[in-house]
Design a binder for this molecule. Structure first.
Ligand code: 13P
Ligand code: SF4
Length: 314
């Protein structure tokens, strides 16, 4: 039986109240998920907010690594995720065993890992960063510090370029952000002269080179709110357009399309993992208190150190 949106929204709110649960959503989830969430944010804001709420249950409508980060920071709370299969191609591009071997080849290097990593990778990391705070954190390290940065190669190259560092980069990427079409972006710029291009630093260098503002999802959102401009070209996951439009109803947002690769994957700029969060799954996970995110103690005890270090340096 297909039940309607209002049915699920009412049931979810009632269950959340009864169970003292707080619902978090990343900006890349469907609009109706963002609408029922108590907190919407980028990966840094969600992790910070999770440590501040009084609740028995945290429901993370995002992807698996975000749920793990919450569980590591809030070990006494039950952390639920609507779909356990909501992973991340970027996190998948760095396996803990491979990072351990890479570290062994660079024994005098600090390891900085993007938050889009598994708990096992965070346990091998000295400092976690997000796209919101990566530059700020790298800037605080000694000029001669030797650093491994992973797993996002595009973000690492960008941080190298704005900090003047020469960090050793892991060769990982997000399949959504690395497939924006340069050709389509150049065409959009031609059709919309003078309109600013806003891009997430997970995009490839040629896209970033054509962009006026490069920042985390939250930084891009804030720019659209603060700028007097009325139109923007956006190169990041299209879920953020919902919050941009909600915050700025009188402005226009033009998404950059992805490259079209015949027969391969999705031809849209949506993260299919983020879109695994549906109202029905949020309802079922609250009702059944499952799927639940767990992190083995020995991993969590190491990973929390690199996450806390990030929170202190942010
Ligand atoms: P933010 O840190 O901007 O939330 O990005 C997370 C992410 O998964 C981007 O693809
Ligand atoms: Fe991971 Fe990319 Fe999806 Fe972000 S958009 S969660 S980096 S796959």
């Amino acid at each position: 039986m297909v039940l309607n949106k209002k049915y699920y929204i009412d049931k979810i709110r009632t269950l959340a109240r009864e169970k003292n649960a707080v619902i978090f959503a990343h900006y890349y989830t469907y609009p109706e998920i963002q609408e029922i969430a108590d907190f919407i944010g980028d990966s840094l804001a969600l992790a910070q907010q999770a440590t501040r709420v009084q609740a028995n249950i945290l429901v993370m409508c995002g992807v698996h690594f975000m749920g793990e980060t919450m569980k590591i920071l809030c070990p006494d709370k039950k952390v639920l995720i609507p779909d356990m299969a909501a992973g991340c191609s970027l996190a998948d591009s760095c396996k803990a065993a491979d990072l351990a071997a890479f570290k062994a080849q660079h024994p005098d290097h600090l390891v900085i890992s993007y938050v889009n990593t598994t708990a096992e990778v965070k346990a091998l990391t000295d400092i976690v960063v997000t796209s919101s705070n990566a530059k700020k954190i790298v800037d605080q390290l000694p000029n001669d510090a030797k650093i491994i940065f992973g797993p996002d190669h595009n973000l690492g190259s960008y941080i190298n370029s704005v900090t003047g560092r020469n960090m050793v980069l892991w060769n990982g990427a997000c399949h959504v952000h690395s497939r924006f079409s340069l050709e389509a972006l150049l065409q959009l710029k031609k059709e919309n002269p003078g309109v600013e291009v806003l891009a997430h630093p997970e995009c490839k260098a040629p896209i970033l080179a054509q962009s006026d503002v490069i920042g985390s999802t939250k930084a891009l959102l804030e720019h659209t709110i603060q700028s007097p401009a009325k139109r923007f070209i956006i190169a990041t996951e299209s879920g953020i357009l919902f919050e941009m439009q909600r915050a700025c109803p009188d402005k226009e947002f033009i998404p950059v399309p992805p490259e079209v690769t015949e027969g391969v994957g999705c031809s849209c700029n949506e993260c299919e993992y983020m879109r695994m969060n549906t109202l029905e799954k949020v309802y079922n996970c609250l009702l059944n208190e499952s799927p639940e995110i767990t992190v083995p103690d020995e991993i969590a005890q190491k990973a929390v150190i690199s996450i806390q270090k990030m929170l202190q340096m942010s």
